[in-house]
Design a protein around this ligand. Structure first.
Ligand code: UDP
Length: 328
C-alpha cells in the first residue's frame, strides 16, 4: 500500500512513517519543516530496506500541484500537517490559520477528487474551556473571545472537522477525524511549548521547571505509538468514516504533580517555579484547566485501550532526551 503522510517529518508523523514502513508499505511524506525536522526521519533513510520505500518531499501542503501528484499516487492519506503548539500559534497567528484551513481544504478536495481514504488529525483543543471530565465527542464546545488568540487554533481545527464532515455528507468521502489529547513520546520537541519535553529538558539541565499558573491545571498524556496504532486502524475501518474520535490517555495529572514526578524520575536537583501565565504568554492568554478524554467510542470500534502508563512514557522520553540533548 502507498501511504501519504502530510507532516510526516513531524513528531507524530515520523512515528506513523516508522510503523507503515515496518509493515512493508510505501511511505510518501510532505513536510515544510516548519515544526518538523529531517532529524525525525534520518534513521529511516539509513535503513536500506526502508530507503527504497520512503519518498520525502520538502514542500508546503499549500502547493496544490505537488499535492495533486502525491494524493493521486497514494492509496490512503493521513493529514497531520498543521500549525501546532500553543506557543507556535501565538507567535505565528496568520500562518497558522492559513495552514490549518487552506491546507486541509486542499487535502480534502484532492482526496475527494481521487476517491482516497483520509484521516484528519484534529485536537482536543476543539472542546475549548470545559472543566468537566471526561470530554466526549458529542459535548458542546466553549471558546473564549477572539481577542484571545489561543482559540484561533481550536476554531481552525473545528472548521477542518466541519469541512471533513461536509464532504462525507455530500460526496461520501471516506474521511475520519481523530481528536488528539496531548500525545507524547520520543522526538517531540519542547520548542513550541509542549510540557513534557520542556520539563524533562529543564530537569536534565538542572534548571527550574517552569510550571505555568498555579500548576493545578490537569492533562492526560497518550504515548505516540498508541496513537499511531489507532490511526492505522481507523483509516481502514468503514464504520469510522464520517465520525469523530477522541484519542487519549486516561491518567489525569496536574502540571505541578507532573513537574514533581519528572524531577524525581530524572534525579534532578531542579526546583519547581510557578510562572504567571501573563509572564509566559502575555495578557491575552487563557489556559484549559482540565482535559480528560472519554475513549469509549474508539474503544468500541477498534479496541483502543492505551496501555502505556505515564511513568513508562516519561521513562522513554527521558532516555531519548538524554541521547538527544539538542531537542531540549
Ligand atoms: N505548561 C507549563 N509549563 C511549560 C509548558 C506548559 O506549566 O513550560 C502547561 C500549560 O500551561 C498547560 C499544560 O502544561 O496547562 C500542557 O501544555 P502543552 O502546551 O503541552 O499542551 P496544551 O494542553 O496546552 O495544548
Amino acid at each position: 500500500m502507498r501511504v501519504l503522510i502530510t507532516g510526516g517529518a513531524g513528531f507524530i508523523g515520523s512515528h506513523l512513517a516508522d510503523a507503515y514502513l515496518e509493515n512493508g508499505d510505501e511511505v510518501y511524506i510532505i513536510d515544510d519543516l516548519s515544526t518538523g525536522s529531517l532529524d525525525n526521519i534520518a534513521h529511516l533513510k539509513e535503513k536500506g530496506a526502508y530507503r527504497k520505500r520512503l519518498f520525502v518531499h520538502i514542500d508546503s501542503i499549500l502547493n496544490r500541484d505537488i499535492m495533486m501528484e502525491l494524493v493521486g499516487t497514494c492509496d490512503v492519506v493521513h493529514h497531520l500537517a498543521a500549525a501546532v503548539g500553543v506557543e507556535f500559534i501565538l507567535d505565528h497567528p496568520m500562518e497558522s490559520i492559513k495552514t490549518n484551513i487552506q491546507g486541509t481544504e486542499i487535502v480534502l478536495d484532492l482526496c475527494n477528487k481521487f476517491k482516497k481514504r483520509v484521516l484528519i488529525a484534529s485536537t482536543s483543543e476543539v472542546y475549548g474551556k470545559h472543566t468537566h471530565a471526561p470530554l466526549v465527542e458529542t459535548d458542546n464546545i466553549i471558546y473564549g473571545p477572539s481577542s484571545k488568540f489561543r482559540w484561533s487554533y481550536a476554531a481552525s481545527k473545528l472548521m477542518d472537522e466541519f469541512m471533513s464532515l461536509a464532504y462525507f455528507r455530500t460526496t461520501g468521502l471516506k474521511v475520519t477525524i481523530a481528536r488528539l489529547f496531548n500525545t507524547v513520546g520520543p522526538r517531540q520537541t519542547g520548542a513550541y511549548g509542549m510540557v513534557i519535553p520542556r520539563f524533562i529538558g529543564q530537569a536534565l539541565k538542572h534548571e527550574p521547571l517552569t510550571v505555568y499558573g498555579d500548576g493545578l491545571q490537569t492533562r492526560t498524556f497518550t504515548y505516540v505509538k498508541d496513537v499511531v496504532w489507532a490511526f492505522m486502524r481507523l483509516v481502514e475501518n468503514d464504520a469510522a468514516f464520517g465520525e469523530v474520535f477522541n484519542i487519549g490517555g486516561i491518567e489525569e495529572i496536574s502540571m505541578a504533580d507532573l513537574a514533581r514526578r519528572i524531577v524525581a524520575a530524572t534525579n534532578s536537583s531542579s526546583e519547581i517555579q510557578l510562572i504567571p501565565y501573563e509572564k509566559a504568554f502575555g495578557k491575552d492568554f487563557e489556559d484549559m484547566q482540565r482535559r480528560v478524554p472519554g475513549i469509549d467510542k474508539i474503544g468500541k470500534l477498534i479496541g483502543f485501550d492505551p496501555q502505556t502508563p505515564l511513568d513508562a512514557i516519561l521513562a522513554k522520553v527521558i532516555s531519548s532526551m538524554r541521547k538527544r540533548t539538542d531537542t531540549i
